[in-house]
Write a protein that binds this ligand. Sequence first.
Ligand code: NAD
Ligand code: TYD
Length: 347
Amino acid sequence: MRIFVTGGAGFIGSQFIRDWVTRFPGSPVINFDKLTYAGNLANLAPVAGEPGYSFLEGDVCDKDALLEAIPENADAIVHFAAESHVDRSIAGAAEFVRSNVMGTQVLLDVARERKVKRFLHISTDEVGGTMDPQEWFKEDGKLDPRSPYAASKAAAEHLVRAAGATFGLDYIITRTGNNYGPYQFPEKLLPLAICNALEGQRIPVYGDGMQIRDWVHVSDNVRALMLLLRHGRAGQTYHIGGGVPRTNLEVLAMLLSLVGQPQSLLVRVADRLGHDRRYAVDISKISAEFNWAPRIPFAQGLRETIQWYQENQAWVNAVRSGEYRTYYQRQYSQLQQAKHTGSAGVI
Ligand code: NAD
Ligand code: TYD
């Protein structure tokens, strides 16, 4: 398969590419990413020199760049690129509308022009809005986005479905719960809390901390994405999740006891505006059709994720200091130097 991945320098996209290159060595995969604050080429360091993998810096709103980058008859586009943090969308929604809505439409147009065979669109359980206590979000449930981020993702979904109905685009939409695992930018709850806990720093709890989220390990999500990319039914939406929604306080209590820090590190802060109380994603469709289930129990995944952050302090420091933003440039100039002096080097 020849695939074109957008947003592959982010958290989930980079896991997808690392796993793809490991599973299908030599199979061509292009990573197209704007390298916003959330894009970090260090996330691709383990596969950067592998045959088949290539990186192109670019914006999904840039039609000319996409037309140049996407090969005719590519087997698939896997569309991760998006602004992804709810708090940032509350602070300013414009970039969310631009990248998540406009960007998706531009990509859909180019997919059609380039006769791409399949469009795998990565969406979120947040498009369903907050769920009542016993309610589960199913694939045919109503969309009720309540943050600018969720609204932009819901709009993008509509555009994908419209391209399917209008132009016969072969698409699949996935909606995932909260992913966690290595290489996640420490602004989202778990990586932020892990980094703070490891340093004995306080952890901000929004409101009463009783908000409920469904946590799925990023590797389990990526395994589902690869399955659906190859075998999913065209025009379908599939939910992916961990199956065990938990309160933020429960998750943070587990984390602190695993790290061996006191619960007193948790500090209540002002609640997020319009904070969704409960997400609970129903995963019975993908389970029934493909026998897919998450394999990594939350306690194990959390322990391993903590260990990853402990062992990758250099990655954390580079992100926190902002040094990661020059990683690519440094690698690139090293490559140029290596070429100049005749020694080997690959970005
Ligand atoms: P992320 O913020 O870690 O990474 C996003 C990536 O997209 C970055 O590399 C960034 O540089 C790139 N990007 C942003 N705007 C771009 C643009 N205009 N053009 C090209 N590249 C651009 O996000 P993530 O957590 O890896 O999420 C990936 C996708 O999965 C997103 O679409 C998100 O909405 C969705 N999702 C995430 C979660 C989660 O828990 N993280 C849950 C459900 C769905
Ligand atoms: P987050 O990781 O931002 O993901 P999302 O809002 O997309 O679910 O937040 C997860 C939950 O944790 C959410 O209920 C907000 C809460 N939260 C905190 O309590 N403190 C924090 O510092 C952050 C970032 C989030």
